[in-house]
Design a protein around this ligand. Structure first.
Ligand code: A2P
Length: 295
């Protein structure tokens, strides 16, 4: 089990991301999640180089690095060059995991997208290119992000290499029960993004860390609300990628492995009102069927 951190939010400057990542490695984090679109690949690459130089890790192999293909590169002929560019930014020879960021193809890089900017997504062609990247040894595994069961079913109907991971929004307020059941049956690992409800971002609607129930459970265990949310994900058997730009909170978020939630906690969390965060906010994609009816 790797401790994970997502690197973090789009358009950050290099220096804080670099320092934070070195700090995270010192604390014991080993899985770093980035994406071409986040603008954090260069900083992560620099941090990995520093961690090696400082002897915090003995080899690149000690880390698990995930990056993602952005929508404007979601075209068969652009996949390999996009991965090569990410590797160049990261100063790495290979990724551990490369994901299709969204099941969408766009004409241009910027968000928010309008419908006119989107073009039909050639999933079959793009996946063949992803498989080629794997065969070339440029990524140890390939997967997807934001895929519904319906989209996964389509992908599995022609994939030679099945996706190893589906990274999706998941937290106590959007528990993804259907999707998780489907992924389990198909041997696809679920990774939870926004595990803390993306507090402080434009999508945050304060339903996770500020939920009365998380606060109550946290108090009963002498833990923080964030630790309760992360422990819950751990006990669901998914991987998760909390973001933090604060050293104390980074430390706090990794201290979740030596205690557990009770059956009663789980029953109460099961009852939390469900609502997807990602349909809110100005940068949410303007497609009603993006998640195939799972609103
Ligand atoms: P900060 O960077 O100041 O720590 P998510 O991972 O769901 O996207 O949420 C990320 C947000 O949650 C960030 O704004 C981050 O702020 C905040 N956060 C991360 N860890 C904690 C924590 N332990 N307690 C409170 N807020 C946290």
């Amino acid at each position: 089990m790797y401790s994970c951190v997502q690197l973090p939010p789009p358009f950050v400057t290099i220096k804080p991301t670099l320092d934070l990542t070195v700090e995270a490695i010192k604390l014991g984090y080993r899985h770093f999640d980035t994406a071409a679109q986040y603008g954090s690949e260069c900083a992560l690459g620099e941090a990995i180089a520093q961690a090696l130089q400082l002897g915090l890790i003995s080899s690149r192999k000690d880390l698990f690095i995930t990056s993602k293909l952005w929508c404007s590169d979601n075209h068969p002929h652009l996949v390999l060059p996009a991965l090569q560019k990410s590797l160049q930014s990261l100063k790495l020879d290979y990724l551990d995991l490369y994901l299709i960021h969204w099941p969408l193809s766009a004409k241009k890089w910027d968000i928010p997208y309008s419908e006119e900017c989107l073009v039909p997504f050639d999933l079959k062609g793009v996946w063949a290119a992803m498989e080629e990247c794997h065969k070339l040894g440029l990524t140890k595994s390939i997967g997807v992000s934001n895929f519904s069961p319906k989209k996964l079913e389509n992908l599995l109907s022609f994939a030679t290499i099945p996706p190893s991971v589906n990274q999706v929004e998941m937290n106590i307020a959007w528990q993804q029960k259907n999707l998780r059941e489907y992924c389990k049956a198909k041997g696809i690992t679920v990774t939870a993004y926004s595990p803390l409800g993306a507090k402080g971002t434009k999508w945050d609607i304060n339903r996770v860390l500020d939920h009365e129930l998380t606060k109550q459970i946290a108090q009963a265990h002498g833990k923080t609300a964030a630790q309760v949310c992360l422990r819950w994900l751990f006990e669901q058997g998914v991987t998760f990628i909390p973001k933090s730009y604060n050293k104390d909170r980074l430390k706090q978020n990794i201290e979740i492995f030596d205690w557990s939630l009770t059956k009663d906690d789980h029953e109460k969390i099961n009852q939390v009102k469900q609502d997807r965060m990602f349909k809110n906010g100005p940068a949410a994609f303007p497609l009603p069927d993006l998640f195939d009816g799972e609103t």
